[in-house]
Design a protein around this ligand. Structure first.
Ligand code: SF4
Ligand code: SF4
Length: 67
């Protein structure tokens, strides 16, 4: 089983990972980071395949994939 971690302090809230995740296991959170950006968060439901599309698309290198 794969999972991702999102460094919320690196996230600028562009939402690219939300739109590109084929499993739709990333959503925007309700919170804001120290820089004032709304950050994305991982929905841990066992569906992540570890495809790493999210990590590749993130312009701020905020996502790590574990598999
Ligand atoms: S690794 Fe793939 S399936 Fe998992 S969160 Fe990222 S884009 Fe979605
Ligand atoms: S792609 Fe990166 S910067 Fe954009 S919302 Fe996702 S984690 Fe944040």
């Amino acid at each position: 089983m794969a999972l991702i971690t999102i460094n919320k302090e690196l996230c600028k809230g562009c939402e690219l990972c939300v739109h590109f995740c084929p499993k739709k296991v990333i959503k925007m959170s309700d919170g804001f980071n120290a820089k004032g950006y709304q950050y994305s968060s991982y929905i841990e439901n066992g569906e992540c395949t570890g495809c790493a599309l999210c990590a590749k698309i993130c312009p701020d290198v905020a996502i790590e994939v574990w598999r």
